[in-house]
Structures are given as C-alpha cells and as structure tokens.
Design a protein around this ligand. Structure first.
Ligand code: HGY
Ligand code: MN
Ligand code: MN
Length: 415
C-alpha cells in the first residue's frame, strides 16, 4: 500500500510542456523521425536526467532511462509507452505513459524508496504507423521482430527507414544489440488512455487491460486507366476510384456482418491516395491501406483474406486489376495475470474502482509482452476521442492513472 502521492501538478506541467513541442501549423503533431520528434526527445532526455535516470538510446532508437535497484535482481521492471503522435493527434496518447512513469519514479525517489528491481523507463520509437507504413518500430525491434527487409521501406520522399533511424541516433546495422531475450523483463507496465468510452459509461476510473487486439495492414493498389474526364464516354472508362469505393463499402458491410455473427472485428481504410488526382481526369490508380483488427487471430485472418478475395472479384468484374501487398500482421496478446493483479491491488489501495477490458488499440505492450509478463492500465479520455486534437483528459484523471501505475510498480517489485 503506498502512503505517498504522485505530484499531480508536476505531471500535468510536463504533459502540457511536451504537448507544446508540435508542428505549429498542425497541433498536436510530433511525427516519428521529424524535427519536432527530435526536439521532444531532447526535452524528454533532460527530464529523465533531472530525475536521476541514466539515459541511453538503444540501437533501435528506443530511449531508455535506467535506475538501479537495491537487490541484484537480474531482470528490470520496465515501464514505457511512446512520444510520437499521429498527424494532428492528441496530447495524451503515448506521452501520458512515458511521463506518468517518470512521475512515479520521481515520487519514489523523493520518498527515499528504491525498488529491489532495476527500473527501465522506455520511450519506444515510432509506435504510431510511421511514414514508412510500419508501427511499433522500436518495441518490435526490442522483441526481435523488426525484419531487415523493413529497413528498406521508403517514405514518400524515397528516404529508407534505415536512413530515418540513423537520423535519430539509432544504429540499424546493429539491431540485434537492441533485441531483448524472452523473459528478460521481470514485468512491463504501460499506462494509456482508453481511446473509447467503456470506462466512462461504467463510471469506473481504471481499466485493467486483458488483451490487445492483433492489427493487420495490407496495401491495396487498384489499377484502372487514366482518361480525359470530359471526352471519355462513361461506358469506356476504367475508373479506379469507383472500383476502390465498391471495395471500401463492401469492407464496412462484411465487417458489420461479421460482428453480428460475434466475430469482434474492425476494419478501416484510413489512408487512400489516387492519381492523377485531378478534377478533369478519370482516376487511373488508387492505393489504400486496409487495416483490420481482432482479438482472435484466426477470425482476423479468415475475415481479411475473404475481403481481399472479394476485392479481386470486384476489380476483374470491372475489367481492372488489383495488386495486394501485405504490410504487417501482428498477433493478439494476452496480459499477464500477475500484472493485472498488481494493477487491481494498486487501484484498490488508491481507493479507485477498476474493470477488465480488452484493447482494440495497438500498443508497445503487445511487443513488450514477448519479453516477460506485461500488462496495461487505462484511464478514460473525454468522449473516448483520440488521434484527434480534441483528445483530452482532466488533470485529476491523469494523476489517478499515475498513482495506480506507481502502486502497481511497488506490487510487481515484490515478484
Ligand atoms: O493504432 C493504434 O492502435 C495505436 O494508437 N497506435
Ligand atoms: Mn495512437
Ligand atoms: Mn498509443
């Protein structure tokens, strides 16, 4: 049971200070590998060092603050999340987990408490889908799941992921040095906003995450034929955007149907590019990302592959072609019972209520779970909104999350 309390104003001050490190024209944006991200990292490094953490960057570009434990326990207690954002995202997704971890560590130190375990506070590189199409780059690398071929992925300017990683101080040629062995962590904890409204609806403060959905992304390229928008008769057109729109509408229809059958699957087309993208030209090429998620790996595979087959049928029925390129496919991850238990105990000690819930959002915890027992705790966010500038959490709720995070760290230190 903790008898001391985190410093709510200090946590809030850091959250708002980091939020201000954004693209000024598009708040709140701190894209991985961008100048804003670098400035955010520099600021975070100073804050980590001011708390007495020994800060380093692993070869995968994860920034790690270390604090030695009092006993010679050979596995650290890891706390982490991410400081990058989606374009025009929010001020709490990811940053809350990193800064609440820092606040918990600072409060422990101020109260003369040294955990038996070493503590590692991690800002994982590029948790959000980056310009290279890949997400969770740093946590994937730490779990040994970032492939060499991924390093050749290019962003819209032709820069490779390898070059981008070098630009933030990573050493992609030595990724293996960032890799951690299975069970190398005593435990992993991540505080995150729920990005949905179940906690608010149930009037419960803390969500104890039971599992994290698998995310699959496929690149779909529809090949029609660019023609003059005025001179080309409708019957002679091969309009790739109309073809893509039939695929997109079918995605929603079949995914809603799958959920009626109890599949618990979501699918989204959130990125789409067309060319030549001119008002007076019939779209010849459309490229989009099909992203599907589920807590059940088998259902995810069956549903997504069924959709992609239907896309082929739609294209050929319209005398067009479709090229499908897998981008990434994760697996659903269960939280460790001991970590869930620690979160529940810490929640009770803090006089708060908790409920189990699954995460439809992906998180670094899904990869940290390959390094030892892992778990997450959620706090609510206003109207469940996230990945948008309207993302908001009130200060007391941030403080509650950090208090429970610190309590769970103390519980897990007994392992
Ligand atoms: O996309 C996600 O689920 C996470 O927010 N990166
Ligand atoms: Mn996110
Ligand atoms: Mn996140």
């Amino acid at each position: 049971m903790t008898t001391f309390t985190i410093n709510s104003d200090r946590l809030w001050g850091r959250l708002m200070a980091l939020a201000e490190i954004t693209r000024p024209d598009l708040p709140w944006t701190r894209r991985s590998f961008s100048p804003e991200f670098d400035r955010g990292r520099d600021w975070l490094r100073q804050e980590f060092e001011s708390v007495g953490l020994d800060v380093s960057l692993d070869t995968a570009g994860n920034m790690i603050g270390r604090l030695p434990g009092s006993a010679q326990k050979n596995r650290p207690l890891m706390v982490g999340s991410h400081s990058d954002t989606v374009p025009s995202g929010g001020r709490f997704d990811g940053t809350l987990g990193v800064l609440a971890g820092l606040e918990a560590i600072q409060t422990l130190r101020e109260n003369g408490v040294t955990l038996e375990h070493d503590i590692e506070l991690v800002d994982f590189l590029a948790e959000e889908p980056s310009e290279f199409g890949l997400s969770c780059i740093g946590s994937k690398a730490m779990a040994g799941m970032l492939q060499d071929s991924d390093l050749d992925l290019q962003d819209g300017t032709g820069r490779t992921l390898r070059e981008a990683m070098r630009s933030i101080g990573a050493v992609p040629e030595q990724l293996d040095q960032a890799r951690r062995a299975e069970n190398s962590n005593a435990a992993y904890l991540e505080l995150h906003i729920e990005q949905a409204t179940r906690l608010k609806s149930a009037n419960v403060e803390i969500g104890v995450v039971t599992d994290i959905a698998a995310i699959r992304r496929d690149n779909v390229r529809v090949l029609g034929q660019t023609d003059h928008a005025g001179a080309t008769p409708m019957g002679l057109r091969k309009d790739a955007l109309v073809t893509a729109s039939q695929m997109i509408a079918l995605t929603e229809e079949l995914t809603e149907q799958a959920n009626e059958d109890g599949a618990a699957i979501v699918a989204t087309i959130g990125r789409l590019e067309l060319s030549p993208n001119a008002a007076n030209a019939v779209p010849g090429v459309v490229e989009f990302t099909l992203e599907s998620r589920s807590g059940d790996d088998d259902k995810l595979r069956a549903h997504t592959e069924g959709l992609l087959r239907r896309f082929e049928e739609i294209a050929s029925a319209r005398r067009q072609k479709v090229e499908i390129q897998p981008i990434s496919c994760g697996t659903a991850v269960k939280s460790a019972g001991a970590v869930m238990q620690a979160i529940e105990t810490a929640t009770r000690d803090a006089g708060l209520s908790s409920m189990p819930l699954s995460s439809g959002a992906g998180h670094d915890a899904a990869y940290a779970a390959r390094l030892g027992p892992a778990g997450m705790l959620f706090i609510t966010c206003q109207d469940g909104r996230s990945h948008t500038p309207e993302e908001w959490v009130d200060q007391p709720e941030c403080a509650e999350g950090a208090q429970v995070l610190m309590g769970a760290m103390l519980e897990l230190d007994k392992l």
